[in-house]
Design a protein around this ligand. Structure first.
Ligand SMILES: *Cc1c(COP(=O)(O)O)cnc(C)c1O
Length: 397
């Protein structure tokens, strides 16, 4: 066997020189980075120079994306994680020790609740779930070991608005780390750091990336020491995000404000439209005056009610099946924040682990749907929902 005609094939060809720069962000998938010599590595690890070494610890696409979200939250030093859940996990495991206690909203994202119920006990971390619209319930849950609070500003899927003023006051008075999962509200709807939060978490997968093709999270603490602990946990436990996902999410982020504002405006109009349809029992939208937390929503959410609308139709599972099938151009999918409108049914997805009675106590019947409104034409959306609800009505009669 002869040797390869090109003995240098396995050697990397240098990247072509160019005096001009790419306008689009390049993707840098390299896992490792070569340095000049051991001294150069010392300089880098000891902070005298900046650079990358190994992509689990950081890479340019993560830095670019994190900086953009930092800018939206008015902070610096945030990190990108491999999912929204990785961001929640990095914050909780990075900041809490065995023996500590956390108070969390009782309507958190399903997996966050599962982490509380199933995983924290394995690490000897105590938790209490409480209703975040009721600050007295949070106050009653405080113990000597309580270190942190984790809340979402708007709950899923009943869109209740937490008493953030009361919770911030409580966190300050008791020296608790206030962690806010700002996924639903987004930095455009709510600015946690302006209101006194210590840690902000995002599922970038949802509205920020916005195209259902990248799974990532983001987490940042205002305090540098806390952020160092969270980032080290994320890196050590392998929870950081990939270059390609970061690149996709960054690309999605450029249109985030346009998408969000358009979707929020449509959501308000769709909510009013649904409320006028026969067969719709109830519509939930924070900016509607019939919402239980309407005044709080107006005060907290900078005039935007967000892109999520929930509604309940008369009839049970059969009517729900008919509605989902009839809305054939609207993806029936358990997610939110896509550029297109999606429809989800809490009883068969996010809340399926609960009993029917537990769901009903939350107001989630078999006829309860959640809509993540996208950017398509509002008249088209109204028409599609009208037809789907009429089809569901026909099932019952
Ligand atoms: C989706 C979601 C998460 C989890 O994010 P993933 O990117 O799916 O891991 C966390 N919190 C909220 C509020 C979410 O909607």
């Amino acid at each position: 066997m002869s040797e390869s005609k090109s003995p240098s094939l396995v050697r990397r060809t240098p990247w072509p020189e160019s005096t001009s720069r790419p306008v689009g962000t390049p993707i840098q998938p390299s896992v490792v980075y070569a340095s000049d010599c051991p001294d150069a590595l010392d300089d880098q690890y000891e902070g005298r120079t900046s650079g990358y070494a190994y992509s689990r610890e950081g890479h340019p696409n993560a830095s670019v994306l994190a900086q953009k979200i930092d800018g939206m939250e008015g902070v610096s030093g945030g990190i990108i994680t491999s999912s929204g859940m990785a961001a929640v996990t990095a914050a909780v495991l990075g900041l809490l020790n065995t023996g500590d206690h956390i108070i969390a909203g009782d309507q958190l994202y399903g997996r966050s609740l599962r982490m509380m119920n199933e995983d924290l006990p394995r690490f000897g971390i105590g938790f209490t779930l409480a209703d975040p619209t009721d600050t007295a319930a949070f106050e009653a849950a405080i113990r000597a070991e309580t270190k942190a609070i984790l809340v979402e500003v708007v709950s899923n899927p009943t869109l209740r608005v937490a008493d953030m003023e009361g919770i911030v006051r409580l966190a300050k008075a008791h020296g608790l780390i206030l962690m806010i999962d700002n996924t639903f509200t987004t930095p455009r709807g709510y600015s946690p750091f302006e209101h006194g939060a210590d840690v902000v978490i995002h599922s970038v997968t949802k509205l920020l990336a916005g195209h259902s093709d990248a799974m990532l999270g983001y987490v940042v603490a205002r305090d540098e020491n806390l952020q160092e602990r969270i980032a080290t946990t994320a890196i050590t436990w392998g929870m950081t995000g990939s270059p390609f996902d970061c690149w996709l999410a960054e690309r999605g982020l450029y249109s985030f404000e346009l998408r969000y504002d358009r979707a929020a405006e449509s959501a308000a109009r769709l909510a009013d439209h649904l409320a006028g349809l026969m067969g719709v029992k109830r519509v939930v939208y924070p900016m509607r005056s019939d919402h239980p937390d309407h005044n709080r929503a107006v005060a907290l959410l900078s005039g935007r009610g967000g892109n999520m609308v929930s509604f309940e139709i008369n009839g049970g599972r059969d009517a729900a099946n008919t509605l989902a099938r009839a809305a054939k151009n609207i993806a029936f999918a358990p997610t939110l924040g896509d550029i297109g409108t999606t429809l989800s049914h809490s009883a068969s997805s996010s809340h399926r682990a609960l009993s029917e009675d537990q769901r009903l106590a939350l107001g989630i019947s078999q006829g309860f749907f959640r809509v993540s409104v996208g950017v398509e034409d509002i008249d088209l959306l109204k028409e599609e929902f009208t037809e789907a609800i009429e089809a569901a009505n026909a099932t019952r009669s």
